[in-house]
Design a protein. Sequence first.
Length: 299
Amino acid sequence: MTRDVGRSVAGTLEVVDVVALGDTGPYAVAFGPAGDMWVTLVETGELLRRSPDGSERRFAIGARPGQLAVARDAVWCAVTGEDRIAVVAGDEISFVDAPGGPYGMAVAGDGVWTGLMQGDALARLGSRGPRLDVPLPVDGAFPAMIAVDEDDAVWVSLNQAGALARRSPAGDLDLVRLPVGAAPVGIATAAGQVWAADIAGGRILLVDPIRHVREFTLDPESRPHAVIADEDGCWFTEWGANRLGRITLDGQVTEFDLSGGGEEPHGLARDRHGDVWVAFESGAVAGYRPSTTERSGAS
């Protein structure tokens, strides 16, 4: 394991747009190929679709909606409080039972995967083939968010096990142990790298193709939550510090103050223009475009 400690809070952002959503509790955000923005609204139990022209449609899906997965023909959303998955195709909505507390969602190949927090398992759903349940090798692991790499392997953060799990397309399941005290939530993959947000330790963790773990230490109270990745690095939300962060593969860390946009940043996504969108549980979704990037050293 390598620890990187240098960081900066001097980055600045251009505000692209702010969508005010009142006391709905925006949580997760994702974009479809046509530019539609999807947001889970925890306080109202709804899934919001906002078109590029600004028109909106809300779908009632039930208590405590979690993460989203945008597939070719539908949007899938975990409804944690109802033990089911909501599937929206066009303007039609249907539901799939998923006992065990579904939360994370991701598309892999021709299937859609969810993690069952109380079931210690992954489940593959979808219209092709039967449902497939994959037990995890750790009791009480509390699987959180899910990501898929370029080989269609499924990665899941094990929040209560201090580890990441990887299921290959062939069905092999491996664990990557993280630094002591880690409680990963957000996870993302790009260019052979896996990034994870350690909400308990105030760290962003990077796992390279040979499973070497790098540790980027932030403010202990920052509570990083969601992460998205590209070939140069990752973006992450700092729920406890009201910041957006950026880490590059060469170890440069920049943090951006989100004051004025909202509070309690959770969900994170990039749109087709490359702008970064943050879902604030205080009641808004805001889009940002970095205008400058301050360099910071790493050791």
